[in-house]
Design a protein around this ligand. Structure first.
Ligand SMILES: [Zn+2]
Length: 519
């Protein structure tokens, strides 16, 4: 059986869930749901990164223990993922014993490989990134290239990992596995970085406590990224366990572009040194800006709380917007106006309207039950679009998949417009033709419900219920399609519209509510 293991980064508990973390997690959820619909044995992992100097500092400022701070933030993540309909199979926390044991095991394997030595670290460190920088990487020789904030100069005893030893092997891996980093632009960027020369990496610290102590020297705490990256295998129980054998190597580590270096350089080299297989693909996405500004804790206007959008619109609406608006990999710009405009155009008009008119005409012209199609009348062929949609999901391109599904929806709206069942129904001798048109539209809606399920899971269930399917299921459509996907005589249910249109007054109200909440 095909297995599919997908991970999100584990989120740093120094921050709360925001639009960026919601985006990553939704995108991973969409791919996990797609592979489950395909019948693949799927495992979806997310979690939290709870160690490090920054957490220790923040906890002190808030008069909490680091673990209390982590517990509070973990609750917020768990609630948000529930609100966004995230179907992760596991949630790993780096403060859990199951994780710490495997990190210690990995450390020992690095020692056994002869790839760790004691030295002195002198240089620049960004506490917010938990990352070391060389002079050349800094902005104006003093600012973090990611945070644009002052870095710390540190000088302390540290264990080093022989990263430089693996430079050639890593480049060879990129050569042998062209899909190792997707999309292409990020791959080229990271290859250029590797070619500038890899330097050995400091992987322990002595100036703070909040972390996993190295098993070989209790004065040192393991570098937070070595600790964090190990989550992808510690969550499976570590090398040798059944779950590890079943799911490792992961098919996809989904990450934001700011942490590409850790995933595409450090992590593979740690795995080389410990003799473990590398993940198949590091799938890298861009950043969401909010009204042109980078999301930041210090800019309240960029703090979009996904929970507030869900409570006014629906989680499906937010999931759809984030995945449809930009291709995975590119940066996007978020505004409440574009969110509502896309909701109105795609969800209320195209999809909502197709569903509502099809159902209400079935009630009016076909006694409210699914009619029989006719063999000698033209239907809509969907095979081509469905094959395209499958290809796009297989290529990790959900925005293109949605574009193709919406082409089916628009095509079906045009099919109804041009056949005018409301005119035909005036003459009872046309009943077979009317039945055929409505049957075709209802069948198409059934397939649309299947295709949108990874992105719009609630909507998929609602549509299936309206089509008289008592126990909705999701299973990926296989071409050639059947024209009898739903039972004839199913009683359909019209009810209220799926995505009620948001008029100008309501739009202004919503924007006011959300803007106030983020202050
Ligand atoms: Zn930084």
């Amino acid at each position: 059986m095909t297995t599919f293991y997908i991970t999100t980064p584990i989120y740093y508990v120094n921050d709360v869930p925001h639009l960026g973390t919601a985006y990553t997690t939704i995108a991973a959820d969409v791919l996990a749901r797609y592979h489950r619909a395909q019948g693949h044995d799927t495992w979806f992992l997310t979690g939290t990164d709870e160690h490090g100097q920054k957490i220790e500092q923040t906890a002190k400022e808030q008069n909490k223990t680091p673990l209390d701070l982590a517990n509070t933030v973990v609750n917020r993540f768990e609630t948000t993922w529930k609100n966004l309909n995230i179907t992760h199979n596991d949630f790993i926390r780096t403060t859990q014993d199951r994780h710490k044991t495997v990190v210690a095991d990995i450390w020992n394997r690095l020692v056994d490989a002869g790839d760790i030595y004691l030295g002195e670290y002198k240089g620049s460190y960004c506490i917010r990134c938990e990352s070391f920088y060389t002079e050349g990487q800094l902005i104006d020789k003093k600012l973090c290239p990611i945070h644009n904030s002052e870095i710390s100069r540190i000088s302390e005893s540290s264990y080093f990992f022989r990263l430089s030893k693996y430079q050639d092997r890593l480049l060879e891996h990129f050569n042998n596995y062209p899909d190792f980093v997707q999309p292409e632009s990020y791959k080229n960027e990271i290859i250029s970085f590797i070619k500038t020369g890899l330097r050995d990496l400091s992987i322990s610290r002595t100036s703070f406590q909040w972390g996993i102590t190295t098993p070989t020297d209790d004065k040192h705490v393991i570098y937070v990224w070595l600790d964090a990256l190990t989550n992808y295998i510690s969550a499976l129980g570590g090398p040798g366990t059944d779950a590890y054998k079943q799911f490792w190597p992961a098919q996809i580590h989904l990450i934001g572009k700011d942490i590409l270096r850790f995933h595409a350089v450090y992590w593979p080299c740690f795995l080389f040194a410990t003799n473990l297989p590398l993940p198949k693909t590091i799938l890298t996405h861009g950043w969401w800006n909010v009204r042109g500004k980078k999301i930041s804790k210090s800019l309240p206007a960029t703090q979009v709380d996904p929970n507030h959008i869900v409570s006014e619109l629906s989680s499906d609406a937010l999931r759809y917007f984030l995945l449809r608006e930009i291709p995975l990999g590119l940066d996007g710009d978020f505004s409440y106006e574009t969110l509502i405009d896309r909701y109105n155009a795609d969800l209320a008009n195209d999809l909502g309207n197709l569903l509502q008119r099809t159902l209400s005409m079935t009630v009016k012209f076909c006694d409210g039950s699914v009619p029989l199609p006719s063999n000698h009348l033209p239907s809509i062929s969907l095979d081509e679009e469905i094959n395209q949609t499958t290809k796009h999901f297989d290529n990790n391109a959900p925005s293109l998949a949605l574009e193709t599904i919406w082409a089916i929806i628009r095509k079906t709206n045009r099919y109804i417009d041009s056949n005018k069942p409301w005119t035909l129904a005036k003459d009872p001798t046309n009943q077979d033709t009317v039945n055929h048109i409505m049957s075709t539209a209802l069948n198409t809606l059934y397939y649309v419900a299947q295709l949108i399920a990874p992105v719009l899971p609630d909507t998929s269930i609602t549509i299936q219920n309206k089509l008289g399917i008592e126990h909705p299921t999701v299973s990926w459509p296989q071409t050639p399609l059947s024209s009898h996907a739903i039972e004839s005589n199913n009683t359909i249910e019209c009810g209220s519209p799926l995505f009620p249109r948001i008029d100008q007054t309501r739009k202004e109200d919503l924007i006011a509510i959300w803007s106030n909440e983020s202050k």
